[in-house]
Design a protein around this ligand. Structure first.
Ligand code: ATP
Ligand code: MG
Length: 285
């Protein structure tokens, strides 16, 4: 039987979340000591552990069928592959940072500067579009120390909290790209592999949807019921169940994480009581 080959990062920032995503999709894997590849126990999937920079090339060549990699790497490498789904983890931005002491006003301050980065293509394109001429110095790691050791005037690197920049005496001044992990695929998968990928995508979407939503239960005095349910969307509409205390009902619904606090505040002010909020494991519509 055909197996789909998925490439994930061998170690690093995307490793844990990639493995967790597969587990949340109910895919069981045993990771051996050598950690080069492994086979899922209950799904037709072979997992290859690779350096993230190599994943786009392997996907283009068809060595791996699908892979989990940062959008930052995909856009820098420009291989012929397809993005199938954004995954909501590995969030970061590709930003330009300059020494704190530099009086930065706007992007023109970067004219004539030497910039160190592992993303020469994306940086070059950003400057070209803004008619800035800067000298790009490509380095593969520890970019943030480049200004401190006199290798460059400024840098372009990935940032999440900004603490690494701060510790190296730098400040973020321009964002080139917002990035997160994505699931990408080889351009042409054969029919059996495409079917497996669609099954996996179906599970991933159910997991993603569940993560973005909460199950909410509340007790509502019956005379407030109509008003309160108008604030609760639910998947189709809220569930209303009678309580032993005949003056109140129990209302169940599903609320999107982004609207959650606003909705809860409204419900509380309208007289909802005993509000319980539960995580959802999967949502299959
Ligand atoms: P590898 O050994 O696989 O080449 P790496 O050292 O190049 O690993 P990591 O630092 O583990 O890469 O980052 C992997 C990916 O995690 C990045 O390409 C990016 O998509 C994402 N990421 C999220 N937050 C950050 C961050 N603050 N700094 C760097 N990468 C981040
Ligand atoms: Mg890398």
């Amino acid at each position: 039987m055909d197996k789909l080959k998925i490439a994930i990062q061998k170690s690093g920032r995307l490793y844990e979340d990639s493995i967790k995503l597969l587990k949340d999709c109910s895919i069981e894997i045993n990771i051996g000591i050598d950690k080069l590849k492994t086979t899922a126990l209950n799904f037709p999937l072979e997992i290859l552990f690779l350096r993230d920079d190599d994943i786009p090339q392997y996907l283009e060549d068809g060595v791996a069928d699908i892979g989990i990699v940062g959008k930052n790497i995909l856009l820098e490498k420009r291989k012929k592959i397809k993005i199938k789904e954004t995954l909501g983890f590995g969030k970061c931005r590709l930003s330009i940072a300059v020494p704190k002491s530099l009086d930065y006003i706007n992007i023109n301050n970067l004219n004539g500067k030497k910039i160190a980065t592992s993303y020469p293509f994306l940086v070059q394109r950003f400057f070209r579009e803004r008619c800035i001429s800067a000298e790009i110095h490509e380095i593969s790691g520890a970019v943030e120390i480049a200004p401190g050791i006199g290798l460059a005037d400024c840098i372009c690197d990935l940032v999440s909290s900004g603490s690494t920049l701060f510790m190296n005496g730098l400040k973020e001044v321009e964002t080139i790209l917002q990035s997160e992990a994505v699931l990408a695929s080889h351009i042409h998968l054969n029919y059996p592999k495409n079917l497996i990928m669609d099954k996996l995508l179906f599970r991933i979407r159910a997991v993603k949807k569940a993560k973005n939503n909460k199950y909410i239960l509340l007790n509502v005095p019956n005379d407030r019921l109509e008003k309160i349910i108008s604030y609760l969307p639910g998947i189709k509409s809220p569930v209303i169940l009678p309580l032993a205390n005949s003056e109140c009902s129990s209302v169940h619904s599903v609320v999107n994480e982004n609207d959650f606090w606003g909705i809860v505040e409204n419900l509380k002010s309208l007289g909802a009581q005993d509000i319980l909020v539960l995580p959802i494991e999967k949502i299959i519509l």
